[in-house]
Ligand binder design. Structure first.
Ligand code: F6R
Length: 250
């Protein structure tokens, strides 16, 4: 079966954002119930916010226990202090971890430092993921460039955690949060494609009409490093959760 047909058979379309987030939360809860010490790979951005709200609600209302779960985030802007309101560290604290107790959570370091130290820290992040037993479920959003994590077009499929340069489209999309594109960092530290692809389950979620074109290219287009999310077509363990707006060009 051609890869794009496999990808399409792994799509769940929800009528709206709320339902999309509940379905993704269901998938995460299912994992945590069957494996209370699961390792989650998490994303930031607008898309997963509703999933995090759903997980907090289920923790509070259904006493779902996450206290043995370990989390690794995908990326952080560089340079970026973890205390900055723009950091992904702050995002995760505000949107999830201030309300949900987990065993441990980590975000790649964005503090300014020399290239050798960055390289050592990236290796240490990879080692920490391995030592935790690897990622059980990797949650992904998708950028309009086709990036997953901050693996922009041209990222090698064998890439590991590293410092990368952000695509101008990605910086443009982040501009409102930073009060202008000139304030958006030009670089980021991201978990690499090879690391993402090793996860035992991968959930890519997308919402809204602005994602419809890249969703079509990623799921039904040529498999190429120029559209990093298209490389997921080669992986059978990927499930795509879309709302009807993001799915409208499939
Ligand atoms: C963020 C990340 C990115 C985002 C993507 C979509 O940690 O890894 O790949 O998932 O840029 O962002 P939103 O959800 O804001 O459209």
């Amino acid at each position: 079966m051609p890869d794009s047909l496999t990808a399409l058979s792994h799509v769940t379309v929800s009528p709206d954002y709320h339902t999309l987030c509940e379905r993704v939360a269901d998938r995460i809860v299912e994992l945590v119930l069957s494996k209370p010490d699961a390792v989650l790979g998490l994303a930031t951005g607008a898309t997963p916010k509703g999933v995090y709200q759903a997980l907090i609600r289920r923790h509070q209302e259904q006493r779902l226990d996450f206290s043995r779960v370990t989390c690794f985030n995908l990326d952080e802007y560089y340079p970026m202090s973890p205390d900055s309101p723009h950091s992904y560290h702050s995002f995760m604290r505000e949107n999830l971890f201030s309300s949900l107790e987990v065993r441990q959570w980590s975000v790649p370091g964005g503090e300014p430092r020399g290239p050798e130290q960055i390289e050592r820290d990236c290796l240490a992040y990879e080692a920490a993921i391995r030592e935790a037993g690897g990622i059980d479920l990797q949650l992904l959003g998708i950028g309009r460039t086709g990036h997953i994590g901050f693996n922009e077009p041209g990222s090698p499929r064998g890439s590991r955690t590293r410092l990368v340069t952000l695509d101008p489209v990605t910086r443009h999309d982040a501009a409102p949060d930073f009060g202008g594109m000139e304030n958006v960092p030009t670089q980021a530290v991201t978990v690499g494609l090879a690391t993402i692809f090793e996860a035992r389950a991968i959930v890519l979620m997308a919402s809204g009409k602005s994602k419809a074109d890249i969703v079509r290219r990623a799921l039904t287009g040529v498999v190429t490093e120029d559209v990093p999310a298209s490389l997921l077509q080669n992986i059978d363990r990927v499930r795509y959760f879309l709302d009807s707006d993001a799915a409208e060009r499939l």
